[in-house]
Ligand binder design. Structure first.
Ligand code: FPP
Length: 256
């Protein structure tokens, strides 16, 4: 019998991204277009989260990172922040059993300690319960900001230098990566942003150095499995050179 991957729209299983990261944008506009409260957009967005997690699982994409709440999002109206926290807690609670069944390990990237205590407790519970699952890792970026993440990593390294445990010239790229929330997680190969904005919005700035970027005008609640597959199809056609020249090019860079 064919696996899910082989059945899926002609995608080459060997060339799927190892790590997909998503800036889930457009919930507010989705709601506004329907004369609804912004929170309704976030609720619909939660359904899309389920769809995309399931799609990645079926495609056997081992890492998915979702930007669910940024360090800047704390500045939103209190009612919206509180509704988002409620939705996150609901998701962490309702999906735990399914994550166990499906072998998904949950991780939180970000300032866990800044989340309301009940959300923190639920996140810790789900992370602990799912920590031995190995089929897929779902990273939720919560109270996450790349600049804060890099600053904290550099503060830790600076302390080590100050204590005489580390020479400045020994600070390597790997060492910085190892002090980020994403330590041990491969860099994203593909970053998708919905809602048509051409920005990274403080998301995985270090880790996305060589990621392929895809911006779609679709608002997050309208994003579907079919569009995800379409993006993966485009991704597979991209020539990822990581700053090098293609093998068929002579070393002076002139076309053959
Ligand atoms: C950006 O849209 C989206 C967010 C700030 C929150 C994302 C949250 C969810 C998708 C739902 C909860 C998450 C999980 C994991 C269950 P926006 O509100 O900035 O949209 P706008 O730019 O159209 O106003």
């Amino acid at each position: 019998m064919k696996s899910d991957v082989q059945q899926t729209h002609g995608l080459d299983p060997a060339r799927l991204p190892n790590h997909v990261a998503v800036i889930m944008d457009g919930n507010g506009r989705w709601a506004k277009k329907r004369w609804m409260n912004r929170v309704k957009g976030h609720e619909e967005g939660s359904q899309t989260v389920r769809t995309i997690v399931e799609s990645c699982r079926k495609l056997q994409i081992p890492f998915l990172t979702l930007y669910a709440f940024s360090t800047e999002n704390w500045a939103r109206p209190r009612s919206e922040v509180s509704a988002l926290m409620h939705l996150l807690k609901k998701f962490l609670t309702s999906e735990c059993e399914e994550m166990m069944e499906k072998g998904i390990c949950l991780k939180v990237l970000g300032q866990l300690e800044k989340l309301p205590e009940d959300v923190q407790a639920r996140a810790k519970k789900t992370m602990a319960a799912t920590s031995d699952n190995t089929r897929m890792t779902l990273n939720l970026a919560l109270s996450y900001g790349s600049r804060q993440e890099i600053t904290t990593a550099l503060q830790i390294l600076a302390q080590k230098v100050k204590a005489g445990d580390l020479a400045p010239e020994d600070i390597s790229e790997q060492m910085i990566s190892d002090h980020l929330y994403t330590a041990g997680i491969p860099d994203p190969d593909l970053v998708i942003r919905t809602s048509g904005e051409f920005r990274l919005s403080n998301f995985l700035l270090w880790q996305s150095a060589y990621a392929e970027l895809f911006i779609t005008p679709t608002l997050w609640p309208d994003f579907t499995r079919a569009e995800f597959i379409e993006i993966l199809t485009h991704y597979q056609k991209r020539d990822r050179r990581f700053g090098k020249v293609a093998c068929s090019m002579p070393s002076d860079g002139s076309p053959q």
